[in-house]
Design a binder for this molecule. Structure first.
Ligand code: ADP
Length: 628
């Protein structure tokens, strides 16, 4: 029989497996057991609706057999099995779960096997981490013929007819020769197999059986004899159904990394048991990092949904709201029917009740997390904080009460992140609003003249560097009755009534000059005015109207924005700065120069605000001309 070649992508993964430097080679067993369990699930499901499937739940099993002489480890199941075509399709290619779309976008150096195993679980191919030859004999349920698939690794595989009595799949691994670093023969030892099943597959719902040797007293004598007995190695109790006091953090983490294909353990585990009208157990995990596709359209939120221990849906979207879409995990409820359809689920009242309760639980756990382990919470927030902010903004601010206290921002107070509650609690008495300023980076925002002035005045300013930030605050409008205000637009709050009056006076007296300057700048600004809150800085930009400078940038970056949005800019001149008298003098003596100066000052103000210049070369020429 001619050898067939693996598809290119599969070959790559297979190469990685064969030459694996991955230290957790032992996971191959969990992968094969889990495939067996999935195959039994499939048949079990069929039996619920198809009376011709005569197997009872007790009949199902996964069996492990070790043969030290032959150096083989055999894993068999009596699940749905595969026919020749399925063997070819399922084991000849790895095209599922989008893993390869992702992988192909990475270069060879970037792809380590750790990533792949971590993120996608390579399933069946992991057998090649420990074997130099793999034989799969399978018979699909309801068919007469059996077939076998055979491969020694990357050089290809063959599929040919075979013999097998009953339906299911038997996988025979011929283990690699031992090396100094790796003792593959350990996988043939009873203790090792027990250990691995306990560690990774304990909760598998079907018995994992093995013939084990026991010593037994001979009848009528004191001598012992060795007998082989069938033993079930797994407890079959799902981890979420165990008493939480009997499950260690490590066991939860191992369950999570295996089940949800993450290479890092979760940053937080949340367990909830509800009794009463709606009964369920939820085991939820907050990943410690955002999945590579988290902030893209490809990411699918959802929790696994179980009905009395049997999975009925892999990603039930309706169980988690978008603002907590990063939460992974599962819900097991005895109140849901096993063969409920997706459409019916959406309308299911119980499901809605569960979702609502989970949302509350997640929020309160995050709140607790924030107070109990701030450092870890901040690392969580780095990964998923943007999502919480989107959540505040989404649905017209509907979720603000739930989410607002979970937010963190950098601020002018110190280098730490601050919650809104902390901000408000340390506001000086005369401060009425919560101030924020936007920019590309914290360092850039810190240097804004108005921010410096606020800080000098003893008012804290939140630093907003993410696109969503200002939109979220605007939709919240206020926090504990304190309204949010852009520091750049509200620097007059720092002046006393007298100072305000004096400023008004000055603006009035110099109205002609200011108008002249405004005309020089044309449409670029709506106004030029004096300010007395700019500290040592000569000029600054502020704006009026609903669109801030930060929002202008964000909105114009959005795809599909046909007309560009413009913030209405105001050029502010520091009335306490020498430049003021200079400008006033020029207005009487040299208006050509005044107009040049105005353009330069406007350019300076743009740069200080982190904006680009409309015409950098004419700005540069103007400055150079002053040097001559
Ligand atoms: P995954 O399990 O993630 O889909 P695998 O590479 O482990 O990926 O398996 C590929 C496919 O081969 C499975 O989706 C399943 O259809 C089939 N398969 C693997 N093992 C078995 C088995 N023991 N019985 C029936 N089908 C199996």
């Amino acid at each position: 029989m001619a050898k067939k070649q693996f598809k290119t992508e599969s070959k790559k993964i297979l190469d990685l497996m064969v030459n694996s430097i991955y230290t957790h080679k032992e996971i191959f067993l969990r992968e094969l057991i889990s495939n067996g369990s999935d195959a039994i699930d499939k048949l079990y499901f069929r039996s619920l609706t198809d009376p011709s499937v005569s197997l009872q739940k007790e009949d199902y099993e996964i069996r492990i057999t070790a043969d030290k002489e032959q150096r083989t480890l055999t894993i068999s199941d009596n699940g749905c099995g595969m026919n020749a075509e399925e063997l070819e399709k399922n084991l000849g290619t790895i095209a599922r779960s989008g893993s390869l779309d992702f992988k192909s976008s990475l270069s060879a150096e970037e792809t380590t096997d750790v990533d792949i195993i971590g993120q996608f679980g390579v399933g069946f191919y992991s057998a090649f981490m420990v074997s130099d030859h793999v034989l799969v004999i399978s018979k699909a349920y309801g068919e007469n013929d059996a077939n076998e698939w055979e491969s020694s690794g990357a050089d290809g595989y063959t599929v040919r007819p075979s013999e097998k009595e009953s339906a299911g799949t038997t996988i025979v691994l011929h283990l690699k020769a031992d090396t100094d670093d790796e003792k593959y023969s350990d996988f043939l030892e009873e203790w090792k197999i027990r250990e691995l099943v306990h560690k990774y597959s304990d909760y598998v719902r079907y018995p994992i059986r093995m013939l084990v040797e026991h010593s037994q007293k001979k009848d009528d004598s004191d001598e012992y004899e060795k007998v082989l007995e069938d033993e079930t190695l797994n407890s079959m109790i799902p981890i979420w159904k165990k008493d939480p006091s009997e499950v260690t953090e490590d066991e939860y983490s191992a369950f999570y990394t295996e089940k949800f294909y993450d290479y890092e353990k979760p940053i937080k585990v949340i367990r909830q048991t509800a009794e009463g009208t709606t009964e369920y157990i939820a085991l939820l995990f907050i990943p410690s990092h955002a999945p590579y596709d988290y902030y893209s359209k490809e990411y699918e939120k959802g929790l696994q949904l179980y009905s009395s221990g049997v999975m009925i849906m892999d990603k039930c979207k309706d169980l988690v709201p978008d603002h907590f879409s990063f939460v992974r995990g599962l819900v097991d409820s005895s109140d849901l029917s096993l063969n409920i359809s997706r459409e019916m689920l959406q309308e299911d009242r119980q499901l809605k009740i569960i979702a609502k309760a989970l949302e509350k639980k997640i929020a309160s756990e995050l709140q607790k997390f924030q107070t109990e382990d701030r450092e870890k919470y901040e690392s969580f927030f780095k990964a998923f904080g943007s999502q919480l902010k989107y959540g505040v903004y989404a649905d017209f601010g509907m979720h603000k009460d739930l989410l607002q206290d979970l937010l963190l921002f950098p601020s002018s107070f110190d280098d730490k992140l601050v919650t809104l509650k902390e901000y408000v609690s340390r506001m000086p008495e005369d401060q009425k609003k919560i101030y924020y300023a936007t920019g590309e980076s914290v360092d850039q925002i810190k240097l804004l003249p108005q921010v410096e002035a606020m800080k000098a005045h003893g008012y804290e300013v939140l630093f907003l560097t993410e696109d969503v930030d200002e939109f979220a605050l605007q939709i919240m409008r206020n926090y504990r009755d304190k309204e949010f205000a852009n520091a750049v637009e509200n620097s007059e709050d720092l002046s006393t009534e007298e100072e305000k009056k004096a400023l008004e006076e000055e603006n009035k007296n110099c109205a002609d000059m200011l108008q002249f300057m405004k005309d020089t700048l044309g449409d670029a600004v709506t106004k030029v005015q004096f300010s007395n809150t700019l500290g040592d800085h000569a000029v600054a930009l502020t704006n009026e109207g609903p669109v801030s400078m930060g929002m202008e940038k964000v909105l114009n970056r959005m795809p599909g924005m046909e007309e560009s949005v413009k913030a209405q800019l105001i050029l502010e001149i520091n009335s306490n700065h020498e430049i003021s008298s200079k400008l006033k003098e020029l207005y009487g003596t040299d208006q050509v120069k005044l107009s040049d100066y105005t353009k330069i000052l406007y350019g300076n103000a743009r740069l200080v605000s982190g904006l680009t210049l409309d015409n950098p070369s004419s700005y540069s020429d103007l400055i150079t001309s002053l040097m001559l």
